[in-house]
Design a protein around this ligand. Structure first.
Ligand code: CAA
Length: 285
């Protein structure tokens, strides 16, 4: 099936959706990026342009490759435009209600042969799939942030995902230059099951005055060779996203060790959502 994927629909113009759209266009796919909010779409369009232009200025790609990628990208606020997509990747807000509502709509308008993939970082693929009439063609395709740079895609099989859908998604991920890991459909999958408790623990260390934020981050950067410290990474991912994943882990795995740190909760309540808001653990203004 994957050989026949020409057009990829991406839903959601945030940092993940725009990164996925950029990646797919650079790898030769026609891409239609949808966001219902035209302002979000224009922000996505400028962030993709500046990211691609940065790659040209660093001589990572040629001007011709960049121009081809721009030609393959289309932006829309009309869901019906995705009716021609061979493969749809959803990257909207991390809310089960919102994603399920979207999957109901996608199921109605997408080609019957199309695979519907979710970039969810922790929500059950089985439950998302159950809102459609094609659960065998629903799968988790979890990109890491930033999608054009990070080498991994975590594929998540729902209870009814078919072998054919899995094989097609794996082949597509490889065509996008990524290494694939496969997870069963349990809260947090592989990466966030391990990463988010570490980030949450860093918040506990800050909350209980073990150390300053700078020393916590430097400890993990230089002590364990992580490119970013856990608090800096939380700001990069978005504190609201981290909190919602901790809540999914806590509810799904039912153990107190997954309870979100009160400081993380308080930052989110205060609107300190991280880099995207100019303030999180750190101040970016
Ligand atoms: N598009 C294309 N290329 C990009 C890019 C983008 N959006 N952002 C960065 N790059 C490229 C740059 O061009 C640069 O390339 P070269 O080194 O070849 O010139 C390279 O990436 C490094 O970028 P920078 O020099 O700007 O910055 P950096 O060296 O500080 O690296 C980083 C930035 C790649 C983000 C690095 O800090 C990093 O790897 N951080 C950890 C990221 C991480 O852990 N992501 C996973 C988060 S968890 C997740 O996503 C799952 C979830 O569900 C929450």
């Amino acid at each position: 099936m994957v050989g026949s994927v020409k057009m990829i629909g991406v839903v959601g113009g945030g940092q993940m959706g725009s990164g996925i759209a950029q990646l797919a266009a650079m790898y030769g796919f026609d891409v239609c990026l949808l966001d219902l909010n035209s302002q979000a779409l224009s922000t996505a369009s400028s962030s993709i342009s500046s990211s691609i232009n940065r790659l040209v200025s660093k001589s990572h790609i040629s001007q011709a490759t960049a121009s081809d990628a721009f030609k393959r990208l289309r932006f829309t606020t009309n869901l019906n435009d995705l009716s021609v997509a061979d493969f749809v990747i959803e990257a909207v807000v991390e809310s089960e209600v919102v994603k399920k509502t979207l999957f109901v709509q996608l199921d109605k308008i997408a080609k019957t042969s199309a695979i519907l993939a979710s970039n969810t970082s922790s929500i059950s693929i089985t439950r998302l799939a159950s809102s459609t009439t094609r659960p065998q063609q629903v799968i988790g395709m979890h990109f890491m942030n930033p999608p054009p740079v990070m080498k991994l895609i975590e594929i998540v099989r729902g209870a009814d995902t078919s072998d054919e859908t899995f094989a097609a998604t794996k082949a597509l991920s490889q065509r996008l230059g990524k290494t694939v890991i496969t997870s069963q459909d349990y809260s947090g999958f592989i990466v966030n099951r391990i990463l988010m408790p570490m980030i949450n623990e860093a918040f506990y260390a800050l909350y209980t005055h073990v150390a300053t934020k700078e020393d916590i981050d430097t400890g993990m950067k230089l002590g364990t060779n992580h490119p970013m410290g856990p608090l800096e990474l939380a700001d990069f991912i978005g504190l609201d996203v981290c909190l919602s994943i901790m809540k999914v882990l806590h509810a799904g795995l039912g153990e107190n060790k997954y309870a979100p740190c009160p400081l993380l909760v308080q930052y989110v309540d205060a609107g300190r959502l991280g880099k995207k808001r100019g303030i999180g653990v750190y101040d970016y203004s």
